[in-house]
Design a protein around this ligand. Structure first.
Ligand SMILES: [Fe+2]
Ligand SMILES: [Fe+2]
Length: 194
């Protein structure tokens, strides 16, 4: 080995995430954190929505989210590691946007905004669980594939039912508020100023 190669070797370090399994574990920690944050967020979204069906939908998905957490814990266990949360900045941002909707809108308009926020969250989860499921398949983690697929299906079903509720009830009701001139006047005014 030449002197240059020896020096190169001394300064090169093994990457922290050096394998697909490492990457899988890091992503698992990210989504584990996301699901925990969503437990609180879904409680708030249920409390702050005005449509009864939407409230029930958020409550139902909160219960499912508890299962999402325990499924992830089972996968950590399968891998022989302690469950660990790694801050999910994406979900933090999406929850902050949902909080803005709650602050800025009321009634049916708020409900329409909360559905939009919830669907952004579901789409994020669908992307994450889709990737994790595929990585688990590649890594030959059959039991993990089953658990990730079960959660993925619930995220997809939630997204579909949110679309149905928006189209059938919430969006037309929010639009009726426009017709009656009961839309969010604060927002309307600030928009016309800009
Ligand atoms: Fe979830
Ligand atoms: Fe979800």
């Amino acid at each position: 080995m030449s002197m240059t190669d020896t020096i190169k070797e001394m300064f090169s370090s093994t990457p922290e995430v050096g394998s697909l399994q490492d990457l899988f574990l890091e992503q698992l920690k990210d989504v584990y954190d996301a699901e925990h944050r969503l437990l609180d967020a879904l409680t708030e979204m249920a409390e702050e929505s005005t449509n009864t069906k939407l409230q029930r939908g958020f409550e139902k998905h909160r219960t499912q989210t508890e299962t999402h957490v325990t499924r992830l814990e089972s996968i950590f266990e399968m891998m022989g590691v302690e469950p660990e949360r790694k801050t999910c900045n994406a979900i933090k941002g999406l929850i902050a946007e949902a909080d803005e909707v709650i602050e800025e809108a009321e009634g049916n308009v708020r409900d329409a905004g909360l559905i939009a926020s919830a669907q952004a969250v579901e789409h994020y989860e669908i992307a994450r669980y889709g990737t994790l499921k595929q990585w688990a398949e590649t890594l030959g983690m059959r039991e993990a594939v089953k658990l990730l697929d079960a959660t993925l299906k619930e995220e997809l079903a939630t997204d579909t039912s949110l679309t149905e509720l928006a189209e059938s009830t919430v969006n037309p009701s929010a639009f009726a508020a426009d017709l009656l001139g009961k839309g969010n006047t604060t927002t309307a005014r600030s928009t016309s100023r800009s």
